[in-house]
Design a protein around this ligand. Structure first.
Ligand SMILES: Nc1ncnc2c1ncn2[C@@H]1O[C@H](COP(=O)(O)OP(=O)(O)OP(=O)(O)O)[C@@H](O)[C@H]1O
Ligand SMILES: [Mg+2]
Length: 438
């Protein structure tokens, strides 16, 4: 049966729809028709593979519902026999294939699901480890394809994925279009409006209402734009200028201190530091991916080649977990008895950020191991109040928060990360107390 979908692809989208490669990166200006194009693309493929699964991932579930769900429903509604699940935000086509709409803040349902293909929309605003930790596994069974798309937001994981795509045309499809490309190549009502919107924005820049950075980011895909309200922008720039963000090797003569932010999945983040005189070397950063929480982290840290001294955990480690009836610190101590567990003194978030700024001046960061952390800390920013048109004195809570919390905590205990004992031998581990022993 032939079904006609009311969709005329943009020119740039034709090359997406004819894609030959498994990995696809789309860097396009605002309002280029990205979301519309990928949803059509996924639907086309879903309707041609019976019983297959597909995923569209927005930065948050709220965004998926607000922005993508209406488009997905609109393009699917004319297909006879199609079923929409409002609550779950999924569309099941008559051939049994299902398209799931998700937020990167809530991807637990993906675990264990085989995917034939999918995308991350506004990929620059999603956790860096989502693809490597979860999605890549979902795609393995059927050699599914993946599309990263969005407008830039600084030099983060999306930027690096774009670089990889550009440098490896044999295995990647890469599409990069600025507003000038669209105004030249495309037509129609929305394009005419874009021409006007661009001119209006140009005027806003001249009037000081919009920064040239923002303008270039949104319309010309600039990865260079500063992130507004970023707490640590100046400190990071200073650290880079002074060459303190580079290869910072692990010194086997020194023990390693770990600073934890507790939670499950990516909320559990651990920074690893060595103290050299007054300097603190951040040599590694780890972030969780499963709902295990502490056991996953303990196992991951034990697998590292480091000799650990102290584990600093926030005061919520004293909270009792429903499932186990134990406090988090008890659980941690049982899993790893031969390191020291210490509770970080609790201070206000504001004071913590101030200390975090000061801490940067004596922090060296390993650029490779801590790449994710660097992405996040650079994006950690103040909350914006749209109604009042001003920044609030509180952080915006998103996937960057956990890395930033690690930094705040590390700043508080920086002076305690001292021991410079010479490592003579690695303490023998006791027999594993549980399946997580390592
Ligand atoms: N193929 C198309 N033909 C005509 N209009 C389109 C097409 N694709 C998108 N549009 C229109 O362009 C506008 C932007 O579409 P869409 O939301 O898909 O773009 P986007 O690049 O994802 O935007 P944003 O940068 O805001 O996320 C919408 O009004 C949409 O209806
Ligand atoms: Mg979009």
């Amino acid at each position: 049966m032939e079904i006609e979908i009311d969709y005329q692809p943009r020119r740039w989208a034709e090359s997406l729809h004819n894609r030959l490669k498994r990995w696809i990166v789309l860097v396009l200006h605002r309002r280029a028709g990205k979301t519309t194009a990928v949803l059509n693309h996924l639907q086309r493929d879903a309707t041609s593979v019976p019983e297959s699964n597909w995923a569209y991932i927005a930065p948050t579930k709220v965004q998926a519902r607000l922005i993508a769900w209406p488009i997905a429903k609109k393009i699917a509604r004319d297909i006879p026999g199609v079923k929409m699940n409002e609550q779950q935000m999924s569309i099941t086509y008559p051939n049994g294939a299902t398209l799931y709409l998700l937020g990167s803040d809530d991807v637990d349902s993906l675990r264990g699901l085989a995917l034939w293909g999918g995308c991350q929309d506004e990929a620059s605003q999603q956790p860096s480890n989502l693809f490597s930790e979860i999605i890549s596994k979902c795609l393995a069974d059927h050699l599914g394809y993946w599309i990263w798309l969005g407008t830039p937001k600084g030099k983060n994981q999306f930027y690096r994925t774009y670089q990889t795509a550009k440098n490896n045309p044999d295995t990647w499809t890469c599409i990069f279009k600025t507003i000038d490309d669209s105004l030249r190549d495309e037509e129609g009502e929305t394009i005419n409006n874009l021409r006007q919107a661009l001119e209006d924005d140009r005027r806003l820049v001249a009037q000081g209402e919009m920064t040239i950075d923002e303008f270039n980011q949104e319309w010309y895909n600039s990865f260079e734009a500063a992130i507004k309200g970023a707490y640590y922008a100046a400190e990071i720039a200073e650290a880079r200028k002074n060459d303190r963000i580079k290869t910072v090797p692990y010194d086997p003569a020194l023990k390693v201190h770990a600073v934890w932010d507790l939670g499950t999945g990516p909320q559990l983040a651990v920074g690893m530091y060595q103290g050299v005189g007054r300097e603190r070397h951040m040599i590694d950063f780890w972030q969780g991916s499963t709902s295990d929480g502490i056991p996953q982290a303990v196992k991951a840290l034990k697998d590292k080649p480091y000799v650990f001294a102290k584990m600093f955990v926030p005061h919520d480690a004293r909270a009792t977990e429903q499932g186990t009836g134990k406090t988090r610190i008890q659980t941690a101590k049982e899993l790893w008895p031969n390191v020291e567990w210490e509770i970080i003194p609790s201070i206000s978030v504001d004071d913590g950020i101030q200390q975090g700024k000061l801490f940067f001046s004596r922090l060296w960061v390993d650029e490779k191991n801590c790449q994710t952390w660097l992405d996040y800390i650079a994006q950690y920013r103040q909350k914006w109040d749209d109604n009042r048109g001003m920044f609030l004195e509180q952080p915006y809570h998103d996937f960057t928060s956990h890395a930033a919390d690690v930094h705040r905590y590390a700043a508080i205990v920086a002076d305690l990360m001292t021991n410079e004992e010479i490592k003579t031998y690695k303490q023998p581990e006791p027999e594993p107390a549980s399946m997580y022993g390592g």
